[in-house]
Design a protein around this ligand. Structure first.
Ligand code: KG4
Ligand code: ZN
Length: 348
């Protein structure tokens, strides 16, 4: 469990560690909040032939990579070990075995170096990524977290507390991308592949259902979309399905992206908060980014979307969330365990 202390945090760099899923990552955040190093070792090659992340293989790959990744971050950041003022590690949600690797490594390092340690929520870390390159982005905002496991809309208050406005009732947006990509024979990870293919297709050639649930609802549902793709592929037959793959990808992507934007803008309208952050792996999607920029400009909404390297899993965002938690006095006890359901509002 995390505990609170009154000890102030000295000024200096922070080490962040992330191992919640299939990326082993370490980063150094400078005292001024700038990212001095951001090292990510992806396990995509390990999981590719299985078409998805295999938890046991993920844990093993984290064990193999963690030391190298942390040393690379410290080297790249040109920081001396004794200049670090704290360590932040993802405590959850994520794969339990994968999280344990990062937690145990961070605990050992913190013990050895006598540094304060804090566990952060992976969602809170994604949210913190909105300020990494845009430090002046208002603290009070609407946040849409879109990743492989989450599609969550939050109202974030000036104190940095996230209040849930709505989330998905079934698949997460990233999951919808990955499953759609799999049906189209695009392999793993599916989101980036579908994004690339969709760029060569016509988003209006084949229409897909855009589930909005009730008009005022801020909840999402993507499972019907997946079924619609399956039926279209069955009706087309193999040859036509392959021939029209780009249009299918573009139409399918359009349905996800339009619903995400629609709900995010609805949250802005309902709350009157005109700052919107969109974070998480799916925020790397080129169509989502382009349409969000257009909509934000048209509606005069202050928008923050992290650069691509901070959209998908990374440890710079963990260090950023960790810095705030450490400064607020939170510390992780050495008997702390991974938390597989850690909501930002409850963290750390
Ligand atoms: O945040 P993230 O790296 O890991 C989780 O916390 O889940 O998000 C991974 C998800 C995957 O579902 C992946 O397919 C999706 O983000 N993703 C994308 C793109 N890049 C990553 N989805 C659509 N378009 C992309 N360019
Ligand atoms: Zn993530």
């Amino acid at each position: 469990m995390n505990v609170q202390t009154r000890r102030a945090l000295p000024q200096g760099p922070i080490l962040g560690i992330e191992t919640s899923c299939d990326e082993t990552a370490a980063a150094i955040l400078g005292a001024d909040g700038s990212v001095l190093a951001n090292v990510v070792a992806s396990q995509h090659a390990v999981h590719e032939r299985f078409g998805g992340v295999v938890p046991e293989l993920a844990s093993r790959a984290h064990i193999e990579m963690i030391e190298r990744v942390v040393l690379a971050a410290v080297g790249e950041g040109h920081v001396a070990w004794d200049s670090l003022v704290g360590i932040a590690v993802t405590q959850g949600p994520g794969l339990a075995g994968a999280l344990i690797v990062g937690l145990n490594y961070a605990k050992s390092l913190a013990y050895m170096l006598g540094l304060p340690l804090v566990g952060v929520s992976h969602l809170e870390a994604h949210i913190a990524s909105a300020w990494l390159e845009d430090p002046k982005f208002p603290p009070s905002c609407i946040v849409l977290v879109v990743s492989g496991g989450h599609t969550h809309l939050y109202r974030r208050d000036a104190e940095g507390i996230s209040h849930l406005l709505g989330c998905t009732r079934d698949d997460a947006a990233g999951e919808a991308f990955d499953k759609g990509a799999q049906m189209l024979g695009l392999g793993f990870p599916g989101g980036p592949a579908l994004d690339r293919l969709a760029q060569t297709g016509d988003p209006s050639a084949i229409s897909f259902p855009r589930s909005s649930l009730q008009k005022s609802s801020l909840e999402f549902s993507f499972s019907g979309l997946k079924t619609a793709l399956l039926y279209k592929l069955q009706a087309m037959g193999k040859m036509e399905g392959v021939r029209r793959r780009a249009d299918l990808a573009a139409g399918y992507q359009e349905a996800i992206v339009r619903v995400l934007i629609d709900k995010a803008l609805r949250a802005v309208q309902q709350t009157g908060i005109r700052s919107l952050a969109v974070v998480g792996g799916v925020s790397a999607n080129s169509r989502l980014r382009a349409l969000l920029h257009e909509s934000a400009q048209a509606s005069q909404i202050r928008l923050s979307i992290p650069p691509l390297r901070f959209c998908t899993d990374n440890a710079a965002m963990v260090a950023a969330a960790g810095r705030q938690a450490l400064a607020a006095g939170h510390r992780m006890a050495f008997d702390a365990e991974p938390l597989t359901t850690l909501e930002p509002a409850l963290a750390p």
